[in-house]
Each structure stands twice: as structure tokens, then as C-alpha cells.
Write a protein that binds this ligand. Structure first.
Ligand SMILES: NC(=O)c1ccc[n+]([C@@H]2O[C@H](COP(=O)([O-])OP(=O)(O)OC[C@H]3O[C@@H](n4cnc5c(N)ncnc54)[C@H](O)[C@@H]3O)[C@@H](O)[C@H]2O)c1
Length: 340
């Protein structure tokens, strides 16, 4: 079973490829390497460098491999950037996906698994957030994902495409086996930023507000390990292959941890000081976001197995330490901080 992993050179895509290989699928990566890296592609995985804005490259690849399914992860994903430059997000995320769907339909690929996000919900009206929760994205990035979910629903109705939309909550962690070590280049999520601070690449961690109505005043989030996310993609493809109907599912743990709790645990695990400062709240941030993944369990038999804070932090620290060991022999300008 050959799976087209579009965006497979990225952070989550590389873990998806590993899970697919382990489950007996043959992933083929298609990626323009804009935020992903070759380092993330295992030597045994076939790779075609290409852009989802290039309709000919998409068709050529689809015809060359005659795929049995697609996992579509290629997107720009920075909420703040999407508010400054919505046209860029329309082009890359929406038009790119429509191009991909065109190639999928033209070549008769039957199954489509899509990386969606908790950002489609906006500020929670109740907790935990389940799939019936209203969708009111508060940033343009989240809107692009919701729009794509809508296209999939219509293509399902009109063209018979079978799809699975997976709404990830806060993706975090690294391969616990230490095989995938490509670090994100300009991370915005908490764990890599904490690790960059522990490495001394950033002077301090900014905590955006400590006056929220939570245990310690900092925001509560539901962190889900990439290895768990990857397993859900395999389960999603297997379910669709068995003839399952299309679905939209949350992927989270149902448990929340505050920014300060994560920071203290990171200090323990890294054994390094992680200086921080409290700055003002960021617009759009909400006190607590926690997922209900009861549907994913019921439908796919999927549960999070690697998403406890200890595993999240230890696996991430391992990847940063491996990078430190390798880069100690390289010039300093390979480090993210040195470029900024
Ligand atoms: N990381 C998270 O917390 C999170 C949460 C929810 C959803 N997601 C979604 O998961 C997916 C993967 O995210 P990630 O964290 O691995 O990000 P990433 O940036 O590491 O991966 C995205 C990959 O897509 C590729 N890509 C982007 N635009 C492309 C284009 N036009 N043509 C071809 N390739 C292109 C990039 O080079 C990269 O390899 C994204 O769709 C993202 O929106 C991520």
C-alpha cells in the first residue's frame, strides 16, 4: 500500500512516515522543503521535491506512483503570520489543497487523510471540546483548515472521496527512539521554545500572561505527542481502507497542563536553568483548551500513549541534545538563534 505523504518532510509528517513504514505501508514524500528538511526523510523513503501549487508536478507524481491513499500535511501553520498575510495562507493552504484534490480525483486515489487543527474551534464554549463544538476560528490559519474540511465534505458528497479530518490539539514531543531529529527551524510552540531557551539559543522564555483563571494563572493546553498523532494517521487510513465512512476527529489527551507546570518539569528534566519573563496576554489566547478524543477512541480504537509531560519533554530534550552533539563540530550559524 503506497501512501502519498504530502508535507512528509516536516515535523509531524516525518513521524507519520515512520509509523506508516512500521505498519507495512510504503510512504512517498512530496514536499517543497519550505519548512521541512531532507534530514527528516528516512533514506529508505522515496522523495519527490515539489510544490502543491504546481499542478503538473502533482499530477506527474500521482501518475508515477498510483497511490492507495494520501496524508496531506503540507501547510503554513503560523496563526500570527496568517493574520498579517492572509493571501499567502489562501494560496498555500487553500489553493494548494484544491490542486492536490484535483490530482487525487483525476488519478482515482480513494482515501484522503487531512491534518486539521483545534484552531477551527476558536475560544471554547465548553470543555472538553468535542467534535460537535461550534467552529469559529479566530485566526485566518484556522479558517483555511475549516475551509478545506468543507471542500472535503463536498468532494465526499459529489465525488465519493472518502476522507478523515484529524484535528490535532497541541502537537509536541519527538521520536522517543531518537531516529527523527530534524529540529523545527523557527518554532512557535511552547516545548521547542522552552528547549531553545534551555540550550541558551534564546535569552529567556516569554510567558504570555499569568493572570488567567487557571491553577497558576498561565494557560492550560492539551499536548499530544507526535508519535501518537502519527499512529492516528495509520489507524485512519486502515479504517478508510476497510470501507469506513468519512470522519472528523479530535486528537488530544483530555488532560491539560499549564505553561508554568511544563516549564518547571522542563527545568527538572534538562537540569538547566530556563529563564522566563511574564509578558502581556496575546490576543486570541484563551485560558484553557482541552480536547475530548472519545470519538477517536470509539471510531479508530486510538488513544494517546506517549503524551504524558515526562515523555513529551524527555523525547524533545533528547532531540535537542543530539543536535547539540552534532552541531558542536559545526559553525554556530546553523543554530536558529544565530540567524535571527
Ligand atoms: N504542529 C502543530 O502543533 C499542528 C497542530 C495542528 C495542525 N497542524 C498541521 O499539521 C501539518 C503539519 O504540521 P507540522 O507541525 O509538521 O509543520 P511543518 O512546517 O514541519 O510541516 C509542513 C510541511 O509541509 C511542507 N509544505 C508547506 N507548504 C508546501 C507546499 N506549498 N508544497 C509542498 N510542501 C509544502 C513544508 O516544507 C513542511 O515539510 C500542517 O498542516 C499543520 O497545519 C500542526
Amino acid at each position: 500500500m503506497r501512501i502519498w505523504v504530502v508535507g512528509g518532510a516536516g515535523y509531524i509528517g516525518s513521524h507519520v512516515c515512520k509509523a506508516l513504514r512500521r505498519a507495512g505501508f510504503e510512504p512517498v514524500v512530496f514536499d517543497n522543503l519550505s519548512t521541512g528538511s531532507r534530514e527528516n526523510i528516512a533514506p529508505e523513503t522515496l522523495f519527490r521535491e515539489g510544490d502543491i501549487l504546481d499542478t503538473q508536478a502533482l499530477l506527474k507524481t500521482a501518475r508515477e506512483f498510483r497511490f492507495d491513499g494520501v496524508v496531506h500535511l503540507a501547510a503554513l501553520k503560523a496563526p500570527e503570520e496568517s493574520m498579517r498575510n492572509p493571501e499567502l495562507y489562501s494560496r498555500n493552504n487553500i489553493i494548494g489543497t484544491l490542486n492536490l484534490l484535483q490530482a487525487v480525483l483525476e488519478t482515482g486515489i480513494p482515501h484522503f487523510v487531512f491534518s486539521s487543527t483545534a484552531a477551527v474551534y476558536g475560544t471554547p464554549e465548553y470543555l472538553p471540546v468535542d467534535e460537535k463544538h461550534p467552529t469559529h476560528p479566530e485566526n485566518y490559519y484556522g479558517y483555511t483548515k475549516l475551509a478545506i474540511e468543507g471542500f472535503l465534505e463536498w468532494y465526499g458528497r459529489l465525488k465519493g472521496l472518502k476522507y478523515g479530518c484529524l484535528r490535532y490539539f497541541n502537537a509536541a514531543g519527538y521520536d522517543p527512539d531518537g531516529e527523527i531529529q530534524g529540529l523545527e527551524q523557527h518554532p512557535v510552540n511552547l516545548l521547542p521554545v522552552v528547549m531553545e531557551t534551555a540550550m541558551g539559543w534564546r535569552p529567556k522564555l516569554q510567558i504570555f500572561g499569568d493572570d488567567y483563571p487557571t491553577r497558576d494563572g498561565t494557560c492550560v493546553r492539551d499536548y499530544i505527542h507526535v508519535t501518537d498523532l502519527a499512529a492516528a494517521h495509520v489507524a485512519a487510513l486502515e479504517d478508510l481502507r476497510k470501507g469506513g465512512e468519512s470522519f472528523t476527529l479530535n486528537l488530544g489527551t483530555g488532560f491539560g497542563i499549564t505553561v508554568k507546570e511544563m516549564l518547571h518539569k522542563a527545568q527538572e528534566i534538562t537540569g538547566r536553568p530556563i529563564p522566563f519573563e511574564i509578558t502581556g496576554r496575546r490576543p486570541g489566547d484563551t485560558a484553557t483548551v482541552i480536547a475530548s478524543s472519545a470519538e477517536a477512541k470509539a471510531r479508530l480504537g486510538w488513544v494517546a500513549r506517549h503524551s504524558d509531560p515526562d515523555t513529551l519533554l524527555r523525547s524533545t530534550w533528547k532531540a535537542y541534545q543530539a543536535h547539540e552533539a552534532v552541531s558542536s563540530n559545526r559553525s554556530r550559524d546553523r543554530h536558529p538563534l544565530a540567524r535571527s
